[in-house]
Design a protein. Structure first.
Length: 134
């Protein structure tokens, strides 16, 4: 499912999409939209390789975007930092590999120079603080 945020007088959408030839391979995409909903420029592919990445969520810090997704091959939750234009600032920060990640998207929020990611294992709720210097 896609995630959307209002950033610097435009909308940013991140979503996952698969290859028609192999539905087990999914990449993460970054799309900029005008206030009218028109696509601005080309979509950007944020991931690369033969991986199964899904359920991206994002948070805008005021100067950058933190995007979290689930890597179903590695059974891990990862966070990467991007500029508002989709340029990578810092990639693949490991959040957890112990979560029951079959429950869908993992929420992320920004608070100053930190991102907070939450997930559950079906019994308990966990929160991880990822400190970043924007």
């Amino acid at each position: 499912s896609p995630s959307i945020a209002f950033v610097d007088s435009k909308f940013i959408v991140v979503c996952s999409g698969g290859m028609e030839t192999d539905p087990r391979i999914n990449d993460i995409f970054f799309i900029e939209l005008s206030l009218e909903g028109d696509v601005l420029g080309n979509e950007k592919k944020l991931s690369d390789g033969d991986m199964d990445l899904r359920s991206p969520t994002m948070a805008f810090s005021g100067s950058e975007i933190g995007i979290v997704w689930i890597d179903y091959e590695a059974l891990a939750v990862l966070l990467s930092r991007y500029g508002v234009d989709g340029s990578e600032i810092q990639g693949d920060i490991f959040v957890t590999g112990s979560a029951d990640i079959t429950n869908g998207a993992v929420p992320v929020v920004s608070a100053g120079s930190n991102y907070f990611v939450a997930w559950d294992d079906g019994k308990n709720i966990f929160v991880s603080k990822i400190g970043c210097v924007p």
